[in-house]
Design a protein. Sequence first.
Length: 104
Amino acid sequence: MSETKKSNKSNWNKPKEKSDTKSSNKPKEKSIEDISYGLSMPNIDDNKLKEVFGSTKAITLYETSRILKVNASVANKFLHDLESKNRITRVSGYSGHYIWKLIE
């Protein structure tokens, strides 16, 4: 009788058998060009740049984020790209809280 009781015990604390399903579910490696992290940069030319930022008193990170309806990291990259293309210049600010102005 004791043998039947042992076989009826639940297996909740026994280790599970390892399966090969995890190894087959590994994601494929992506090249750097394929990785976009779900973020897209706004495509704005010089004429549209003046339309978008023409009425703003000061161009800031969060103001740009609000105007373009993107998150702050995309707006930050966008502003740094514009600065590297000499379309805007940094006027003042410190520690990431910068103020830019359009170069006309």
